[in-house]
Design a protein around this ligand. Structure first.
Ligand code: 13P
Length: 334
């Protein structure tokens, strides 16, 4: 198959009805933080066991169409001795890979951040594809304060995100384009909407500049929500404000929007996705999930680092994934 055919096939699989994406691609520092929240040590064996458990959960392919991994996992085997990407394929789950190298300070910006990882990216992608990965992820972060993000941070981040997406497509791999406006802070929803609209419109201008084929990307945005310290809005209000921004910024050529959870509780993330799928008005894209914390928190709590809890952890994952599958269809009943 040529590159276009490969990307077409990958998009079809990833957007198949009732399914969404699991992000299990935490870098070493992030997975260490997440596991330590549950008193679990982040050893190589624990990471292998845990991510193998996720990918091998019986029946999970009904709700999960793709799993994003960190590069370590592509070379690991599950408890049955099957390579984890191959274990995904056994359940018709597409394996993906996080390819950015995290954020560094954007020089000259007074402390804003830019994502790095473009050096040798094409060669790295060839290696990941040989290990079975068919799609990729790159995450930008935008922090809301009174004066940020500034134009410099918006432009610099959009440029690297678009260059990454163009490189991924040149290898026949579908890029997840993730401009995340963080929930940290005490801003209101209107401010989040304003920044999200600025971030996304800058990103789509850059994608166009770099000739990225919109039909073969996945947009992974934040939902429009107030800062963490503020009272939570109803799912209907979150859906209305989020859809307003998406309609203004995301071309109808984009096949699918898979939200991040961004620190929402599991219940909040499911209810908000459900409300988007129930809302009226123009919605020319699939609206689904690409959650990490909102899917994994209950699984890590059930596992607790004890191999004897493997089946309980898999039951927790299946349950949460099923609820998000219902939300993806607007059929979740909180
Ligand atoms: P959360 O759902 O925990 O925000 O993570 C999604 C993700 O992959 C961030 O890059």
């Amino acid at each position: 198959m040529d590159h276009i055919g490969q990307m077409q096939r990958t998009i079809e699989r990833l957007t198949s009805p009732g399914r969404g994406i699991l992000a299990a691609d935490e870098s070493y520092p992030t997975i260490t933080r997440r596991l330590s929240d549950h008193g679990i040590e982040s050893t190589e064996e624990n990471r292998r066991f845990y991510r193998g458990l996720l990918a091998s959960t019986p029946g999970i392919g009904e709700y999960v169409s793709g799993i994003i991994f960190f590069e370590e996992t592509l070379g690991q085997r599950n408890d049955d001795g099957v390579m984890i990407p191959a274990a995904c394929e056994q359940q018709d789950i597409v394996p993906g890979i996080k390819v950015d190298k995290g954020v560094v300070e954007l020089a000259g910006s007074g402390g804003e951040k830019v994502t790095q990882g473009l050096d040798n990216l094409g060669d790295r992608l060839d290696g990941y594809r040989d290990q079975g990965a068919l799609f990729t992820k790159w995450r930008n972060v935008y922090s809301i304060t009174n004066g940020t993000p500034g134009v410099q941070a918006l432009e610099a981040n959009a440029e690297v995100l678009a260059r990454y997406a163009a490189i991924a497509q040149s290898r026949g791999m579908v890029p997840i384009v993730e401009p995340e406006v963080l929930m940290d802070g005490d801003h209101d929803m209107a401010r989040c909407a304003e920044v999200t609209e600025a971030a996304q419109s800058t990103v789509f201008a850059a994608l166009r500049r770099h000739n990225v084929i919109l039909e073969y990307i996945i947009l992974k945005p934040n939902m429009v929500l107030p800062g963490k310290s503020q009272p939570r809005p109803s799912p209907e209000v979150c859906a209305e404000e989020t859809l307003r921004v998406l309609r203004r910024t995301v071309p109808a050529a984009v096949p699918t929007i898979n939200f991040l959870s961004g620190g929402q509780t599991s219940e909040e993330a499911t209810a908000n996705l459900n409300a988007m799928n129930r809302a009226g008005g123009a919605k020319p894209w699939v609206l689904s999930f690409s959650y990490s914390r909102a899917l994994q928190n209950p699984v890590q709590a059930a596992w607790n680092g004890d191999p004897a809890n493997k089946e309980a952890a898999q039951r927790a994952f299946l349950h949460r994934a099923r609820l998000n599958s219902l939300a993806r269809k607007g059929e979740y009943d909180p």
